[in-house]
Design a protein around this ligand. Structure first.
Ligand code: SAH
Ligand code: SF4
Length: 371
């Protein structure tokens, strides 16, 4: 049995060809799945009964199981998915006046162990499948009423997707690429490349592959202006130091749908938030068209860092702006339900040796509406 939610358009066509079916049939079923959100072959009314029976014998449509759904005071909604084997991952929907952004996960845990990140501290279990990645979109669109009310399709409930949830998308590159292709496919989610953002801690060879195979908007988690500090905060920097990373950003821009890279910078009190750090950043990034997004550090149980004060963050932003770089300070959303950046924890069966020094994951109980 195959799970059709694992297939992008090319895989669909190949699968249908293997079963002696024409490409337009593949397209029809793809549309039913993602455009209409259908999971019951018998409700695909314009598909001949014979083909429906054939599909039922060889294929299933199984999204990750939505087990909890919590609403924060500011309208942010956090969804918890059980992906089996004791692992659960999270997605967060952030409604704004002019758009609705869904933040999704790509791995159960993360192996990269950034010192300020709750997911990193939970260790790593496994990569998510395409069905589990794109299924977060499928399930939340159902939960938000996006399939019921097709009149909303122009003004989409989910207008933007960011791969900024649990895990490092570029460490799960093949599945991430397939999921991205589905997000962009007009027969699936039809999102524009500019409205889909991959956030990476800086896996350089994978940034190049993303550029060549499916360029979307790119956000890079910088967090430090020099290798000495970045080595401590983002350990993957020891493998791909700043000079290498910034060259990859420049190469990316030759094919990117936006003409800048977004640098994310978590503001940690007394660690990376001094005026001198801002000045160093301006020198470091002077050759790269970029924007900075400052993220106030979000604490999680057991974290040793503190958030920079609002005035220090403002001062840091003003220095970057004075240096000619567009800089925004990210609003902290959903922190009353631990849905803010870096707080996503889900539940991870750690396969690295990290568990011993880990904070226990959030229990599934008490997470709100359980379906
Ligand atoms: N692995 C990818 C994407 C997931 S993390 C990456 O690292 O880019 C998404 C963003 O949240 C990253 O910029 C990450 O550095 C940031 N983040 C992680 N922990 C955080 C925390 N405790 N407070 C604020 N931001 C955090
Ligand atoms: Fe992984 Fe990103 Fe967290 Fe680093 S910040 S541990 S790369 S999820």
């Amino acid at each position: 049995m195959v799970n059709l939610l694992d297939f992008d358009a090319a895989a669909f066509t190949a699968f249908f060809a293997d079963h002696c079916e024409k490409p337009f049939r593949a397209r029809q079923v793809l549309r039913w799945l993602h455009h209409a959100g259908e999971h019951d072959f018998d409700r695909m009314t314009d598909i001949a009964r014979g083909l429906r029976e054939k599909l039922k014998a060889v294929a299933v449509i199984v999204p990750p199981k939505l087990v909890a759904d919590r609403l924060a005071g500011d309208g942010t909604r956090k969804f918890l998915f059980d992906v089996g084997g004791g692992n659960a991952v999270e997605a967060v929907f952030i409604p704004e006046d002019d758009r609705g952004t869904l933040c999704i996960s790509t791995q159960a845990g993360c192996a990269l162990d950034c010192s300020f990140c709750s997911t990193g501290k939970q260790g790593f279990s496994r990569n998510l499948t395409v069905a589990e990645i794109v299924g977060q979109l499928w399930q939340t669109r159902h939960a938000l009423g996006g399939y019921r009310d097709q009149s909303q399709s122009n003004e989409r409930v989910i207008s933007n997707v960011v791969l900024m949830g649990m895990g490092e998308p570029l460490a799960n590159l093949a599945n991430t690429l397939t999921a991205l292709r589905l997000m962009l496919d007009d027969n699936a989610y039809g999102l524009s490349r500019r409205r889909v953002t991959v956030s990476t801690s800086g896996l350089v060879p994978a940034i190049d592959r993303l550029r060549d195979e499916c360029p979307v908007a790119l956000a890079v988690s910088l967090h430090a202006p020099n290798d000495r500090l970045r080595d401590q905060l983002v350990p993957i920097n020891r493998k791909y130091p700043l000079a290498t990373l910034l060259s990859a950003c420049q190469r990316y821009l030759t094919k990117a749908p936006r003409d800048f890279v977004t640098f994310e910078y978590v503001m940690i009190d007394g660690v990376n938030d001094a005026p001198e750090h801002a000045r160093e950043l301006l020198t470091l990034t002077r050759r790269i068209p970029c924007k900075f997004n400052l993220i106030p550090f979000n604490p999680f149980p057991g974290s040793a860092y503190r958030r920079s004060s609002a005035s220090r963050t403002r001062q840091f932003a003003d220095l970057l702006i004075a240096g000619g770089v567009v800089t925004t300070i990210r609003k902290t959303r959903g922190d009353d339900i631990a849905a803010a950046c870096g707080q996503l924890a889900g539940q991870v069966q750690d396969k690295t040796a990290r568990r011993g020094r880990t904070i226990w994951p959030l229990a599934l109980e008490g997470q709100g509406v359980v379906r």
